[in-house]
Ligand binder design. Structure first.
Ligand SMILES: [Zn+2]
Length: 308
């Protein structure tokens, strides 16, 4: 099913009631129809609030259980509005914008909603980059430039992997890395890039082991300073990322939450050529409905997610 509203009017017509929102979620969640997890039954009574009851064994199955919307007490309509808003802002939504648009009680609630949605921006088991991929790293935050192989104070090192597409950039992947040692760079590259791909880097020693990992490694620039003088594609991505962090988020991104901002940027970047905002909305909702519930208390810590 790739069936989504094309514009705001269609969106409002379509999702005018909780029932309409639930039906849409059900289609996304169970495209082949619902099967009872207990007895395998295929027939259900529709009960209140998106709960279905199995004909055979009376097991209750909820549309929102096990999804991003599981622990919410707010109407689904409001969540749909939030997703529409987030996917229709070219540069992404801010917590304040979210609070205003949805008339949420506090800035904090706007912030929580945004962060829940950011978690839906990582596609589980998403495809790795392939073909020719440029890999380099850049520092985010802080003022001073970094020292070779070490994270400078107040700065976070981010690995950029950018797939070449003609003269431009195809898809990207970003990952926060503790430092520029092979110990941290290699797992980040392995997560982001398919084995067998041609990986282009500068002469930084941290990349020397890539050939052993099964990549066609080419050093396309002999010199290297960690976090600086990036290869062209990675440099373009780094510039856009920094501008986005400064513009949309006024640079107010805490290092502990950086992973989620990197996910949002990647989600937007990799879909930047998609002409339809409705499609973006559909993709995000599809990912949200297949996501484990995010409890609000988990958001506050931020860090603690393994490198991807
Ligand atoms: Zn059953």
């Amino acid at each position: 099913m790739t069936d989504y509203p094309k514009d705001l009017l269609e969106f409002r017509d379509r999702f005018h009631s909780e029932d309409a929102c639930r039906d849409y979620l059900a289609q996304l969640r169970w495209p082949q129809g619902l099967t009872c997890p207990k007895c395998g039954g295929r027939q259900f009574w529709k009960m209140k609030r998106g709960v279905f009851c199995c004909h055979t064994c009376q097991r209750h199955v909820s549309i929102t259980a096990g999804s991003l919307f599981a622990d919410t007490h707010k109407p689904l309509r409001l969540w749909f509005e939030a997703l529409w808003h987030v996917t229709n802002q070219k540069y992404g939504a801010s917590a304040l914008g979210m609070q205003r648009i949805l008339s949420l009680g506090s800035y904090r609630t706007g912030w929580n909603w945004l962060h829940k949605l950011r978690r839906a921006m990582v596609r589980p088991g998403r495809d790795q980059l392939a073909g020719t991929v440029e890999v380099d790293e850049t520092f985010i935050g802080g003022e001073r430039s970094g020292k070779r192989g070490r994270g400078a104070a107040g700065k976070t090192l981010v690995l950029i992997a950018a797939q070449a597409a003609g003269h431009g950039i195809g898809r990207i992947r970003l990952a926060r890395v503790a430092n520029a040692s092979a110990q941290h760079l290699e797992p980040a590259v392995s997560q982001a890039v398919e084995p067998g791909a041609a990986v282009h880097t500068d002469g930084w020693g941290g990349y020397n082991g890539l050939r052993k990992l099964g990549y066609k490694h080419a050093v396309v620039r002999p010199t290297a300073v960690v976090g600086e003088n990036l290869l062209p594609l990675a440099n373009r991505v780094a510039a856009l990322l920094k501008r986005w962090l400064l513009g949309t988020h006024q640079g107010a991104v805490q290092p502990t939450h950086l992973d989620y901002y990197l996910d949002e940027f990647t989600f937007r970047f990799n879909r930047r050529t998609s002409g339809s905002r409705g499609l973006l909305f559909y993709r995000l909702l599809d990912q949200a409905v297949h996501l484990e519930p995010v409890l609000t208390r988990e958001l506050k810590g931020g860090a603690g997610r393994a490198a991807k």
